[in-house]
Every structure is written in C-alpha cells, then in structure tokens.
Design a protein around this ligand. Structure first.
Ligand SMILES: [Zn+2]
Length: 191
C-alpha cells in the first residue's frame, strides 16, 4: 500500500529534511506526506515516533513546514523573517513537550509526551528550525540552485559553497542536463 506514496528525501538536518517533504516547490511540486499515516512514517524514520495523527495534526505539520520554509528562505536571502512564520514556529516550539534523553551509547534520543503526541514531535522540529535560522548552529542557510527546487538547505561544508540541497537529486539532475546539452552541441563520433 505504502508504495503508492512518494518516498522520503532525507537530509542530515531535521528542519530542512522536514521542509523537503514538499519538493520541487517551483516546479511540479511533490507532496511526500499526503496522508496522516505518511507523517507518522516520516516522524518514525526521524526518531520521533508518534502513535497516531489526525487530519488536523497533519494540517498543523504542513503549516509548520511552510513556516520553516519561509523563514529559512528569508534568512538565506538576508531578508526580514515573515512575522506569520515566526509566530507559527514559536507556537509549535512552545506547545511541544519533548525531552532530550541521553542513551547509554552516548546518543541523543527524543522522548515525546505520554501520548506521543504529534505536537511534541513538531516542537522538536520547530526548535531545530530556530537553531539554524538564528545562527545558533555552525553552518550557512542557502537556497538550492535548481530553479524548480529553490529549497533552503543548511550548508555545513568547510567552504560553505554548496549549491544544491542535500536531497541528492537536484545536483545530479543539473549535471545530467548539462551533459545532455553538451552532447547535443558537439555530437561525438558514433559509438
Ligand atoms: Zn534542490
């Protein structure tokens, strides 16, 4: 059944992985959490397992997602952050009641509230977004060079010169397009 839904594009940063549940925003957008069950799946993959999710909670999650996208885009462009995006991110952060847990192996885990609420998971994602937008974490927000993507991503490379989001498709697609264009321009010897 799950095969009917688009797969997840997971990056290394929680908040921007979350915004990547909607890809190709400037092209043929692909919604990767089309149902509450898919949000449950996405959260589980990202260490934020919840027991249930209502349609309203999915709506709220998408609202947070677009708020993070708007705030991260503005930050990447050195523009003022949209007030509505700030409000939604802050509301989600305040409403979440997750605790960071240190495992015996020295790893961080998130423990959500007793009912494993979606709101707690969104709170963790909102706090992660605050970290990267505020500059609290080492890295640089930038926009993907792909004109159909333009996703905000968090560049932690040494040189801070990454051009494409870390969804592993934009850069590859660009290279392929350039390769095909070159081939058309200079038809080589027949293979
Ligand atoms: Zn991209």
């Amino acid at each position: 059944m799950k095969d009917r839904f688009p797969d997840f594009r997971l990056g290394s940063v929680l908040a921007t992985s979350f915004t990547a549940t909607l890809t190709e925003r400037r092209g043929n957008a692909v919604e990767r959490i089309p149902t509450p069950d898919r949000l449950i799946d996405w959260l589980a993959v990202n260490g934020l397992a919840v027991e249930s999710c209502t349609a309203a909670q999915l709506e709220r999650a998408r609202e947070l997602r677009e708020a993070i996208h708007a705030a991260a885009t503005a930050a990447a462009m050195r523009e003022a952050l949209p007030a509505s995006a700030i409000r939604i991110i802050n509301d989600c952060s305040i409403q979440g009641r997750a605790a960071a847990i240190l495992t015996p192996e020295g790893k961080r885990q998130w423990r959500l509230g007793s009912a494993s609420r979606v709101e707690d998971a969104l709170g963790v994602i909102a706090a992660d977004a605050i970290d990267i937008v505020s500059g609290e974490r080492d890295g640089r927000l930038a926009l993907c060079a792909s004109p159909t993507c333009r996703a905000a991503f968090f560049d932690t490379s040494q040189s801070r010169t990454r051009k494409w989001c870390d969804m592993n498709t934009c850069g590859n697609r660009q290279k392929k397009a350039r390769f095909m264009a070159n081939k058309r321009r200079q038809p080589g010897p027949a293979a």
